[in-house]
Design a protein around this ligand. Structure first.
Ligand SMILES: NC(=O)c1ccc[n+]([C@@H]2O[C@H](COP(=O)([O-])OP(=O)(O)OC[C@H]3O[C@@H](n4cnc5c(N)ncnc54)[C@H](O)[C@@H]3O)[C@@H](O)[C@H]2O)c1
Length: 310
């Protein structure tokens, strides 16, 4: 994608800031809407080249105004993090549902060609399958966050039927990389390892996840913005299953930390979120855009450590 005017909601966040960097570097005009809940993660040299609005995505009139003349909207603004969502289910839902209404209104009024929406693999809920999950299986969202994401997927499907707005919903699987904060497991383990504190793993550590390197996730997101019409859902997954215990071991090894690895009970409020097993298939993605995430967890963590040292 180049020479496009691209609006990115949540562009100052972790994935958003990487997306904004890649879009600017490819020669696009980028407009960011963000309320900076986590500070501004956009690198300074990139920030100088974008248009930034500290605006709430639920403020429909402002989003419509700011989005005039845009070719595409990446809607990535959200409230997330297991503990934060558990503590704030109302705000989580409001941001998702009202935020999507603003983006939809902006797309309709300003004749914007496409919406790319950050959904989540959380929509699969507790489905513990013997194989990777694909987009065809029946979803089972359990949290306000995952329910709202699923609601918005269905909403986007109807927006195409009713208003002809093209869109994709991306179900990201545990994205990690530079500038992620310690709401998520990998940065939390890194922080503990760096000061040789115990690396605390919830439960047995046997639970699995599929970790996707952020640059891969963003590359897929940009290609999905360029290709395809109608409404489609895509997993963006690395297709490799790692236990949380293995992640702890790997981070300890790569950082040469003397931390012990401690298995502790998950706080009660996390209980319902503890999914035993999850990894995804990116076959549909690869068929569609000729690309799928391919950075192995160890490789991604090594790059991340290198970046953190600089
Ligand atoms: N990180 C992951 O592993 C992951 C996995 C699945 C889905 N996602 C989705 O990808 C998107 C980006 O996630 P992230 O990890 O970069 O999260 P993040 O928290 O780092 O970024 C979200 C950004 O949205 C902004 N925001 C929140 N509410 C807003 C509002 N009302 N108005 C304007 N801005 C608002 C925040 O200030 C923040 O900068 C989210 O939609 C998230 O649900 C992320």
């Amino acid at each position: 994608m180049k020479n496009q005017r691209v609006v990115v909601t949540g562009g100052a966040g972790f994935i958003g800031s990487h997306l904004v960097s890649q879009l600017v570097e490819a020669g696009n005009e980028v407009v960011v809407i963000d309320i900076l809940l986590r500070g501004n993660k956009i690198p300074q040299e990139i920030f100088k080249k974008i248009e930034f609005h500290r605006v709430d995505v639920t403020d429909r009139e402002k989003v419509i105004e700011i989005s005039k003349g845009a070719d595409i909207i990446y809607h990535f603004a959200a409230i997330l993090g297991v503990d934060i969502v558990a503590d704030n289910p109302i705000e989580t839902m409001e941001t998702e549902v009202n935020g999507m209404q603003s983006v939809a209104a902006a797309a309709i009024q300003n004749q914007i060609k496409k919406i790319v929406y950050a959904s989540t693999s959380g929509v699969y809920g507790h489905l513990a399958l013997e194989k990777s999950v694909d987009e065809e299986i029946l979803v089972d969202p359990r949290t306000s966050y995952a329910m709202a994401k699923r609601y918005n997927e269905i909403y986007l499907a109807s927006l195409f039927e009713e208003k002809g707005i093209h869109s994709v919903a991306i179900r990201f699987f545990n994205v990690y990389g530079l500038r992620q904060d310690n709401r998520m497991v990998i940065p939390r383990f890194f922080e503990q390892a760096a000061v040789n504190d115990p690396i605390t793993v919830f439960g047995t550590g046997e639970q699995t996840r599929d970790f996707t390197y952020v640059e891969d996730a963003v590359k897929a997101s940009i290609l999905l913005g360029e290709k395809g019409k109608g409404f489609e859902i895509f997993n963006v997954a690395n297709e490799r299953e790692s236990t949380i215990g293995e992640v702890a071991d790997l981070i300890k090894e790569l950082t040469k930390s003397s931390s012990e690895i401690k298995f502790i009970d998950a706080p009660k409020k996390r209980y319902d979120y503890e999914v035993g097993r999850r990894f995804g298939s990116s076959a549909k993605l690869e068929n569609h855009i000729g690309y799928k995430p391919n950075t192995r967890l160890k490789e991604g963590l090594q790059v991340l450590i290198g970046d953190l040292m600089n």
